[in-house]
Design a protein around this ligand. Structure first.
Ligand SMILES: [Zn+2]
Length: 285
């Protein structure tokens, strides 16, 4: 199999604040969330996001191993949240033919756009498996970006020949340290490995999330929480999710909450800058 080339142009976004007439520039921080598989319990995640004023992107296939929500529910969800594609049949791209992969990538975009009447900008490959060939298909189909399953990252999306690759920071799931280490080693992501060593005292995922969230506020970048609603149900972690989202909402003034697509759009015009003073005034109104 062709190796995945995930390296791209480094992107930085700065934030400008005016304090006592003095302009301070520092790296910007954004927070985002994403939810895979389109299970009807996604509506419970959506309720919690709304409760805390946070944005999210729901990656929804037409069908999957687990139950998926009907078209009317997807339309309703699209009024408040971004809907991204997750293939038509939750197909693992590396386990299918090129022709089938193309149908799954392009077909899921038009299926969602026909259903919601909105452009579908983001794609998420099931199980995080794809090759460079699939990235070319994603680009040809007209997507803006791909959300992958890299964990412990606080990076802005990387521009890979016109497709924005958006990593994640933490999954709403009780992974052990070994799973995080394997995820970083597989991608030769030294920064993520070092981050694991720095933050690994926090074994419960909301505590680890809080610790990484504070690093993102200090150093700039994107804090990205992702998960599956059916998994939250299986692990009984709804209360933990509530706790993590509350923490995120508490920093929303320093770190605005955006959808996956909005973060990719901002990163596409690199060296973009955010006027935090204007943002604070807007939130206060
Ligand atoms: Zn999935």
């Amino acid at each position: 199999m062709e190796p995945i080339e995930e390296f791209g142009n480094d992107v930085t976004i700065s934030a400008r604040s005016t304090i006592d007439g003095e302009t301070i520039v520092r790296p910007a921080t954004f927070i985002t969330t994403s939810w895979d598989d389109g299970h009807p319990l996604d509506l419970r995640v959506a309720e919690l996001l709304s409760k805390y004023g946070l944005r999210g992107t729901f990656y929804i296939p037409m069908s999957a191993e687990n139950e998926t929500m009907p078209a009317a529910q997807i339309r309703e969800l699209s009024l408040t949240f971004e809907i991204g594609a997750h293939t038509l049949h939750h197909a693992v791209l590396t386990e299918t033919t090129e022709q089938k992969a193309w149908q799954e990538i392009a077909g899921s975009k038009s299926w969602l756009e026909n259903n919601t009447g909105l452009p579908c900008l983001m794609f998420c490959p099931p199980k995080g498996k794809y090759t460079n060939r699939h990235l070319e298909m994603v680009r040809t189909a007209g997507y803006l970006g791909v959300r992958n399953v890299e964990l412990l990252s606080l990076d802005f999306p990387r521009n890979n020949a016109g497709i924005m690759l958006l990593p994640t920071t933490i999954q709403a799931y009780p992974h052990g340290s070994l799973a995080f280490a394997k995820n970083a080693v597989k991608r030769m992501a030294l920064k993520n490995l070092l981050r694991l060593m720095t933050h690994s005292r926090s074994t419960d995922w909301p505590a680890l999330a809080r610790s990484l969230l504070h690093e993102s506020i200090r150093c700039g970048g994107v804090f990205h929480l992702w998960g599956h609603s059916w998994e939250l149900q299986e692990t009984g972690h709804w209360q933990r999710l509530d706790e993590a989202l509350r923490c995120m909402s508490e920093v929303a003034i320093q770190a605005p909450s955006l959808t996956n697509g909005q973060i990719c759009q901002r990163a596409l015009s690199s060296n973009a800058s955010v006027d935090e003073t204007a943002l604070r005034e807007e939130i206060a109104r």
